[in-house]
Design a protein. Structure first.
Length: 169
């Protein structure tokens, strides 16, 4: 009986996916092509990883070191909670203040964190809006993990999110 494939550490996997996604911003077309080929190969062995890498390519616009200095930071405790909820496929609830200052209560299925220049964003399925939404993590308050597990729906949700972000939905 062959040995099962080792399980990749989630942090290592995410770092590798983000590195592949950012290869196109390095100014080296050979490296960018190799990264794209690797992401394409991932679609056969790790479909979720390939979807995440494509989302990172679209939305992690540039490395964090190039963020403007005046962007408010997301709370480390909230980021830790969100990373845990994403890995566990666990819903979360929170209060959110939008850019107009309106506060709403949300329950979402957290799918991925991205890092555009404006600050860390949570991309999620919003139960209230019944659609994919983006939330600046810095504008989230009273973040609470919820009961349940949406693991069986995660791949389909990521596929829908990628379609929406690519303008295909």
């Amino acid at each position: 009986m062959p040995n099962p494939a080792p399980v990749l550490d989630p942090d290592l996997r995410d770092a590798a996916l983000r590195g592949l996604a950012l290869a196109g911003y390095r100014g080296d077309p050979v490296t960018a092509a190799a990264a794209n080929a690797a992401i394409e190969r991932l679609s056969r062995t790790d479909p979720e990883g390939a979807l995440l890498a494509r989302l990172y390519q679209m939305l992690d616009v540039r490395p964090a070191q190039y963020w403007p200095q005046d962007v408010p930071k997301a709370a480390a405790a909230d980021l830790a909670t969100l990373h845990g909820a994403i890995r566990a496929c666990q819903p979360v609830s929170f209060s959110y203040t939008d850019l107009s200052g309106n506060e709403t209560a949300r329950t979402v299925l957290p799918l991925v964190l991205v890092h555009p220049p404006q600050g860390v964003k949570l991309l999620a399925w919003c139960e209230e809006r019944e659609d994919f939404r983006q939330f600046f993590v810095r504008a989230i308050r009273r973040l609470t993990p919820g009961a349940g597990n949406f693991g069986e729906d995660r791949l389909a949700l990521l596929q829908g999110l990628l379609k929406k972000e690519a303008g295909q939905a």
